[in-house]
Ligand binder design. Structure first.
Ligand code: FMN
Length: 187
């Protein structure tokens, strides 16, 4: 069994992110050989990055208690599905901050990306692929791209079109397959 975390990408109080993340969790329920869990970056309440040692060199030893908890959670997972909105053609500062906090905890693991926004979150998805490549996270080809205008009612209630079903299934299945494969690399 591989363990996959569905990672939220927004922490603002009025976010729609949690609805999309819950939907991905629901869609992943029947995946064979994998356990999925929601990992909400809001729960970790990470301040703006202020560690003494760059995480890539910190050997998983951190100054802040909040980061130790975050480190242990990411370390316990084999793969991820990031659910990201688009803010100014990029991911949110809170998601970038959460990624920056860690180093080896991400390394040689797989990730799927599900984006959303006024322009389908595509710029954020590409931005996230680039960021994750530096952490040696392998991002799978298929990606979710929900429209704020047609997959949400009044830009606030998530009502995804069925047209996305096959792609989301491909994101989930490929992330599971690559997460299994990369266990060998980490071993
Ligand atoms: C600061 C800010 C910048 C945004 N920039 C973009 C953008 O560049 N492209 C886009 O498609 N949507 C953009 N949006 C719209 C968001 O994708 C939309 O508000 C979405 O609901 C945000 O996700 P959240 O509610 O989960 O935080 C922006 C929203 C905010 C708050």
């Amino acid at each position: 069994m591989v363990k996959i975390g569905i990672i939220t990408g927004s922490t603002r109080d009025a976010r729609v992110n949690a609805q999309v993340a819950e939907y991905i969790l629901e869609k992943s329920k029947n995946s064979e050989g994998a356990n999925f869990e929601l990992v909400d970056i809001k729960d970790y309440d990470l301040p703006i990055f202020n560690e003494t040692v760059p995480p890539a060199m910190a050997n998983k030893e951190y100054d802040k208690e909040a980061n130790t908890k975050w480190s242990q959670k990411i370390d316990s997972l084999d793969g991820f599905i990031f659910v990201t909105p688009e803010y100014n053609n990029a991911i949110t500062p809170s998601l970038k901050n959460a990624i920056d906090y860690l180093g080896p905890e991400w390394r040689n693991k797989a990730a799927g990306i599900v984006g959303y926004g006024a322009t389908l979150g595509v710029a954020a998805t590409l931005n996230l692929r680039n960021i994750l490549s530096n952490a040696n996270v392998a991002t799978v080809g298929p990606f979710g791209a929900f429209s704020l205008f047609t997959d949400f009612e009044e830009m606030s209630t998530f009502r995804p079109s069925e047209v996305h079903n096959a792609t989301i299934q491909a994101v989930i299945e490929t992330t599971v397959a690559w997460s299994k494969g990369l266990q060998t690399t980490r071993a």
